[in-house]
Design a protein around this ligand. Structure first.
Ligand code: GLC
Length: 797
């Protein structure tokens, strides 16, 4: 009855009960411990303040005991040794680092933090922080009129989360995702505030249920944790990029993914037989549509038993996997956490005998219903169990598998609560905690075990892991897809802000199911969605059992042509995307970005949810509604060039641009340099030619760094990569380009380089690496093209 109007029957409308709040109270005493810590005792609890860096402060509040300094698995950083100065005044204590000042009010403890310019970053007003009669821990912070909030991981609705209340509770949500669904599969209790062009961030490290309320008041916001301690980090900024660097210093960065993970992937629930998989590959080859990976959904297994293949449907997986690998395609099987309760099944036997499954306090194993029926769930909070899970992956890696898809790892259970009984007690390596306290960590730890297991077994090759559930720091192990969306235009629209906010939350490799998972897709929707997919960091077409087929050719020639073109386009853009992934592995910056990350002062973009940036020089503005062949695009300051038409558009303005079905509007910033490759059948095909596109700006020297490595191994960590800097200066119709090889410990496959210069006169004087060059063609539309050889690059080393 809750899904009819009965739900709003007046008698059903209960006033929500006011819950009593108690502040942590007055400061009673404090001590400085070591160089970076302050321990405070208050009337109603304890607080520790730990400086991790001059610009990263951790605050832990515990009403009952002295705060534990142990962090969750999300945190990879140890506090640095820094010099603090502590000054006590009558009513406050002032703690200063080189980049921040903390003011601790003694009467009803409140902590405010200021940046080095003396501007407030976070301020506690009125309530400060404390707890309520339900023992929930709450922190109140001042909301500025100009605050805009980003991040929070995987959330529905628009980009700016001001005015939203969001719950962090990993949930399997098959019901259509809409703005009211505030808990999805991932919980990343972290956000960035942008205020007057400056940024700071907060990460609440608590894997129980947490709630961020940026809605109930316009003067303050709160964050609440249901269990554990109130343990949060403040990142001082002051730029949005610095906040991301600070957050990913605490929670880690994504290693460079294997190149094949960035190609086009095809999935379906399910490709059910070896024959079906072979036919699928044949179609891709015949139609010359690039493909890097095929997914095996739950039907590959024997009765949905993980670590098994159905003998009839997949009689020789090793042969199939090898065959596909030979044609440049990887196979990615799904692995769920639920292990079928079956006394004759070796994985279940091992789990029971080895004490690997989640249990109640009295030692009884928790069983829940998932695909295989009644199942037990590994207790990934125990390192022994993770070791068992890691070793179990030899089953896959011995078959030649290099990528795994973790699903249902919230964990999802088919019952009213949708998850494991909260009374289950996790081992947590000798520090037992209930599932209620650790719920949001489950998928993360499954991912950690899976990734680390594969890494150990792949002899130096980079593993690929895709996960549905996760917690802050998930980027260290996995890429994220946004779960069971539907083939709705609204879900295509929603995917943009969702992925942008995942990027702001430290997850660079993410994307939705292209074409929509549930419901029936159609040609136009799939064409527009694939155009968007060309630039989503993770690019996979996936659809549900009962929906119409959604492979690129499913809706006739007209659409197939467009879909193919944009899958091919992905491969053209790969060198550029790959450089951005490498950048992300160092800086934590996302590949796909909201404009606000680059232009935090521009009021037109605070909530701009229907266009995004790739790196700092490209704006992509997909078409997100049916039968639409024009759209408004906002271009920030500077000049922008329409990628397809070469038309120069002035920034700081809205433009109406044409977008017939075969066009995805793309804009390149004047002053940009872009590197592109060629169309190929998969990333396994060698790159034959590098294309450098220069969009010079008069009287300005512009520089771009291009990165490349073998795309497969971790040799880049030992310096085996290729890096060159491309400089371009345009002055008085003379363009000088210098390509400077900074590192060549890895030799790219390509030797020939075609340089295309946009927006110059055809008689422009061209000097490349000190030599005069002749235009080799494309004299139209102010484009000049020349060809050079990599061996002629200047070498710095
Ligand atoms: C879940 C996943 C979906 C998958 C299905 C069957 O719904 O989100 O991607 O296809 O399970 O495994």
């Amino acid at each position: 009855m809750q899904d009819t109007s009965f739900a709003i029957l007046p008698d059903n409308q209960h006033e929500s009960k006011k819950i009593d709040y108690k502040s942590i109270g007055r400061l009673v005493s404090y001590t400085a411990v070591g160089n970076n810590t302050l321990e405070i005792t208050c009337e109603n609890g304890f607080v520790s303040i730990i400086f991790y860096r001059d610009d990263i402060v951790r605050i832990v509040m515990n009403p009952k005991n002295k705060p534990s300094k142990k962090t969750s698995y999300a945190v990879v950083m140890e506090p640095e040794n820094i010099a603090l100065s502590i000054t006590e005044h009558v009513d406050e204590i002032v703690v200063s680092s080189n980049k921040s000042v903390l003011v601790i009010k003694k009467e009803m403890l409140k902590i405010s933090i200021y940046n080095e310019d003396g501007n407030p970053v976070v301020e506690e007003i009125e309530n400060g922080f404390g707890f309520n009669e339900n023992q929930e821990l709450i922190c109140y912070k001042k909301m500025d009129h100009d605050d805009h909030y980003y991040g929070f991981g995987e959330k529905t609705s628009f980009l700016d989360k001001r005015g939203e209340k969001m719950t962090m509770w990993n949930s399997d949500v098959y019901a259509p995702h809409n703005p009211e669904i505030d808990a999805l599969y991932q919980s990343i209790p972290y956000f960035m505030t942008i205020r007057h062009g400056k940024a700071h961030g907060i990460f609440l490290d608590n894997p129980s249920k947490t709630v961020f309320d940026m809605k109930s008041s316009t003067e303050s916001y709160t964050f609440t944790a249901e269990a554990g301690q109130l343990d949060y980090y403040v990142f001082i900024g002051p730029t949005p990029k610095e906040v991301l660097e600070q957050y990913t210093t605490i929670t880690g960065k994504m290693p460079i993914p294997p190149k094949w993970a960035l190609g086009y992937h095809q999935s379906r629930y399910s490709y059910k037989t070896e024959q079906e998989v072979r036919d699928l590959v044949r179609s891709f080859k015949e139609k010359e549509i690039p493909l890097d990976a095929i997914y095996l959904d739950i039907h590959y297994m024997d009765g949905y038993r993980v670590f098994s293949f159905d003998g009839e449907r997949f009689p020789n997986p090793q042969k199939l996997i090898q065959e596909l690998k030979d044609s440049g395609i990887h196979v990615v099987p799904i692995v769920d956490p639920g292990v079928k309760e079956d006394p004759e099944y070796s994985v279940y036997q091992e789990g029971v005998r080895g004490n690997h499954f989640c249990k109640y306090l009295d030692g009884t194993i928790f069983h829940g219903d998932v695909w295989p029926g009644n199942s037990a769930f590994p207790d990934f909070t125990s390192s022994n169990v993770r070791q068992w899970w890691k070793d179990s992956h030899k089953f896959y890696t011995n078959l030649g598998i290099e990528g795994i898809w973790n699903d249902m790892n919230e964990p999802a259970v088919f019952n009213e609560t949708k998850t494991m009984d909260l009374k289950v007690v996790h081992d947590n390596d000798g520090d037992p905690k209930t599932h209620r306290e650790l719920h949001n960590m489950y998928g993360f730890l499954m991912g950690k075990a899976t990734y680390e297991g594969m890494k150990e077994q792949l002899n130096g090759k980079r593993p690929f892991l895709l996960t549905r559930a996760g917690y802050a720091g998930v980027q260290r192990y996995a890429s994220v897809w946004t779960g069971d969306n539907r083939s709705f235009w609204e879900h295509l629209q929603m995917a943009l802000p969702m992925c942008m906010n995942l990027g702001v939350s430290g997850v660079p490799l993410c994307g939705p199911d292209v074409g929509g998972f549930a419901h029936d897709s159609n040609g136009q929707l799939l064409a527009r969605w694939t155009q968007f997919g060309t630039f989503t960091p993770y690019f996979r077409n996936h659809s549900e059992l009962k929906s119409v087929r959604q492979e690129p050719w499913s809706f006739g020639d007209k659409y197939e042509k467009i879909i193919k073109k944009y899958i091919q386009e992905r491969y053209v853009w790969l060198p550029y995307l790959y450089t951005l992934f490498q950048e992300s592995s160092v800086t934590g910056l996302p590949v796909m970005r909201p404009l606000v990350l680059e232009y935090p002062n521009d009021k037109h973009i605070f909530n701009l949810s229907d266009q995004f940036m790739i790196g700092c020089d490209l704006i992509v503005a997909p078409i997100l509604t049916p039968d639409t062949y024009q759209r408004v695009v906002y271009l920030p300051e500077g000049n922008w060039i329409n990628y397809w038409t070469e038309e120069m558009l002035q920034g700081g303005k809205h433009h109406l641009v044409e977008a017939p079905l075969e066009v995805l509007p793309i804009f390149v910033k004047q002053g940009a340099i872009i590197t592109q490759g060629t169309v190929k059948s998969s990333t396994e095909t060698k790159e034959s030619e590098m294309n450098i596109h220069v969009y010079p700006e008069e009287n300005k020297k512009v520089t771009y760094r291009h990165y490349e490595d073998d795309g497969k191994s971790f040799a880049y960590e030992d310096g085996k990569f290729f890096e060159c800097k491309i400089h371009a200066t345009l002055e008085n119709n003379r363009l000088e380009i210098i390509i400077d090889t900074e590192n060549e410990q890895y030799r790219p496959d390509w030797v020939n380089v075609v340089i295309t210069i946009h927006g110059v006169n055809s008689d422009v004087e061209l000097i490349i690496n000190g030599k005069k060059h002749k235009n080799i063609g494309l004299l139209t539309r102010n484009i000049v093209q020349v060809s050079v050889d990599r061996t002629n690059f200047v070498t710095n080393s």
